[in-house]
Design a protein around this ligand. Structure first.
Ligand SMILES: [Zn+2]
Length: 114
């Protein structure tokens, strides 16, 4: 997956000023008007400019950037938080954080099964 930072070719800790500078230079380089009308290069430039605009819309807004960063950090975590398992029968949380059993059952269903 390409991150907005990769799209704008900046490090994750880039300042707002660098975000803006990089955006402006990329817009210049990728501007579809620079390519022959209807050419493949122009189509690619349009696609690229869309990504650059989308990345800039997020990274130029401190609030949206903070939300995006939090999401990136979460995805980068190698061991995500364990989720409570849900009962195979009734779908209620079993209350176990992890079970080595193949079938997760809540207490009520576990009792009924025995
Ligand atoms: Zn159950």
């Amino acid at each position: 997956m390409t991150t907005h930072y990769q799209t704008l070719r900046i490090p994750k800790e880039a300042s707002g000023e660098l975000v803006k500078r990089s955006y402006r230079s990329l817009v210049k380089v990728c501007h579809p008007d620079q390519f022959p009308s209807g050419s493949k290069a122009q189509g690619e430039a349009e696609e690229r400019i869309r990504e650059v605009n989308a990345a800039y819309a997020v990274l130029s807004n401190p609030r949206r950037r903070a939300i995006y960063d939090a999401k990136l950090n979460k995805e980068a975590t190698p061991h995500p938080e364990p989720k409570p398992e849900h009962c195979d029968k009734c779908g209620k949380p079993t209350g176990y954080w992890h079970t080595s059993k193949n079938v997760a059952l809540c207490r009520a269903c576990g009792r009924a099964a025995t």
